[in-house]
Write a protein that binds this ligand. Structure first.
Ligand SMILES: *Cc1c(COP(=O)(O)O)cnc(C)c1O
Length: 341
C-alpha cells in the first residue's frame, strides 16, 4: 500500500480530509447496514436534534502502525462500551459494540494510505460520533440518528520533547453531581470553550476542575484525566462519579501495577493535598500523558519537583511503557491490541 505524500513528522492536530468515512443511519427504530462513503459533507434538516438541543456524543481513539508493520487500534472495545453509556444517557439509540468494532476496522483499512508509518510519531485519529438527525422543535429525542466515524492523520503530540504544562484551578465548573460529566457528550465541551479560551488568554495551558458540589476535590481538565505520583512512587488518580473514564488513565493504572510494580490507587484527592505530590500528568488518547509542572490556585503556585523542563521520572516510565505496549515494542496484556492488518 502506497502511503499518501504527507510530511508526517510535521503534522499538527487538525482536520485533514481522508478518502473514506463510515456512515450508518437509524430510522424506523433500526440501524441500517452502514457503509463507507467518499462524501465528507453532511446534509441535515435545519431543525435536526443535534443542532437544536445538542443531542450528540462521540469517541476518540487512534490507529497506527506497530514496529512489526501491523495496523492496530488500542482497546477499541472500551470506546465501543463508553459510546453505549454516552448514548443511553442522551436518549440516543445504542450503536452495537460488535458493529462499532467492525466499522472501525473497515474505515481504517479503507484509509490505510493515511495511517502514518511506524516511527513517525504520527497516528490516524478516529472520531466516532452519534447525533440526532431528524427535526425536533418540542424538547424530545430525535426519531432518526446518524453514526459516523471520520478519520484524520495527526502529528506527534510532543514535538521536540514534552514541555511541562502550567494549569490553573478553574473558577467555573465542568460537571454537576448526577449530571453528564461521566459521558463523552459534545455539550460538556461546548460549555468548556469559554473557560479554555480565557485560560489561554491568562497564560495557562489548561483548567483543572474541582468537584462542583464542594469545590474542594480535584476532578479533571476539560479533556483529560489527572494522575499524581507521590514521593514514595504511588500512582493516585481522583475517584469521582462526574469524571469521564479515560481509557488512557485506566490503562496507565494497570501499567503502573502490573508492569512497573507500583501501587496504584483511585481515591478522592483534595486540592489541599496537591502540594504533597511529586509529579502530575494529564492523560488522554492524544498525548498519552502531558506532564504538569505547575498548578496555580488563585495566585498560589504549586510547583512540582519534576520542574518545567521535563517529565517526572515515574511519569516518564509510565509514558514509555504504555507507548511501548501500543507500538508493539513491549508485550501487551491480553486483548489490548486489536490487529486490523
Ligand atoms: C475523552 C476524554 C478524556 C480522555 O479519555 P481517553 O479515553 O483516554 O482518550 C478525559 N476527559 C474527558 C472529559 C474526555 O472527554
Amino acid at each position: 500500500m502506497e502511503k499518501k505524500n504527507i510530511d508526517w513528522a510535521n503534522l499538527g492536530f487538525g482536520y485533514i480530509q481522508t478518502d473514506w468515512r463510515y456512515v450508518a443511519n437509524y430510522k424506523n427504530g433500526a440501524w441500517d447496514a452502514g457503509a463507507l462513503s467518499a462524501d465528507n459533507m453532511i446534509v441535515l434538516n435545519e431543525c435536526a436534534g443535534v443542532l437544536q438541543y445538542a443531542q450528540t456524543c462521540f469517541e476518540g481513539l487512534k490507529a497506527y502502525e506497530t514496529e512489526d508493520g501491523h495496523i492496530v487500534t488500542f482497546r477499541p472495545d472500551l470506546n465501543a462500551k463508553r459510546l453505549v453509556d454516552s448514548a443511553k444517557r442522551l436518549e440516543i439509540p445504542v450503536f452495537p459494540e460488535d458493529r462499532f468494532l467492525e466499522a472501525i476496522d473497515q474505515v481504517v483499512l479503507a484509509n490505510e494510505a493515511f495511517v502514518p508509518p511506524y516511527g513517525s510519531g504520527a497516528t490516524l485519529y478516529l472520531r466516532p460520533y452519534l447525533f440526532g438527525s431528524s427535526a425536533v422543535i418540542g424538547v424530545k429525542p430525535a426519531d432518526e440518528y446518524q453514526f459516523r466515524i471520520l478519520t484524520t492523520p495527526v502529528g506527534p503530540y510532543f514535538k521536540g520533547g514534552a514541555r511541562p504544562l502550567t494549569v490553573r484551578i478553574s473558577d467555573l465548573d465542568r460537571a454537576a453531581p448526577h449530571g453528564t460529566g461521566h459521558i463523552k457528550a459534545g455539550l460538556n465541551y461546548a460549555m468548556s470553550l469559554y473557560n479554555i479560551v480565557d485560560a489561554h488568554n491568562c497564560g495557562y495551558d489548561e483548567n483543572i476542575y474541582l468537584d462542583s458540589a464542594t469545590r474542594t476535590k480535584i476532578e479533571e481538565t476539560g479533556g483529560a484525566n489527572i494522575i499524581f505520583i507521590t514521593h514514595d512512587h504511588k500512582v493516585v488518580t481522583p475517584k469521582s462519579p462526574t469524571i469521564l473514564p479515560s481509557v488512557t488513565r485506566r490503562s496507565l493504572m494497570t501499567v503502573a501495577q502490573d508492569y512497573l510494580g507500583l501501587e496504584a490507587e483511585e481515591r478522592e484527592i483534595t486540592l489541599e493535598e496537591v502540594p504533597s505530590f511529586a509529579e502530575c500528568g494529564l492523560c488522554g488518547t492524544a498525548a498519552v500523558i502531558s506532564p504538569v509542572g505547575k498548578i496555580v490556585d488563585h495566585g498560589r503556585e504549586i510547583c512540582f519537583p519534576s520542574g518545567m523542563n521535563e517529565m517526572g521520572p515515574i511519569t516518564k516510565k509510565l509514558y514509555d511503557t504504555l507507548t511501548g505496549i501500543q507500538m508493539g515494542r513491549i508485550p501487551a496484556p491480553e486483548g489490548w491490541i486489536r490487529v486490523i492488518k
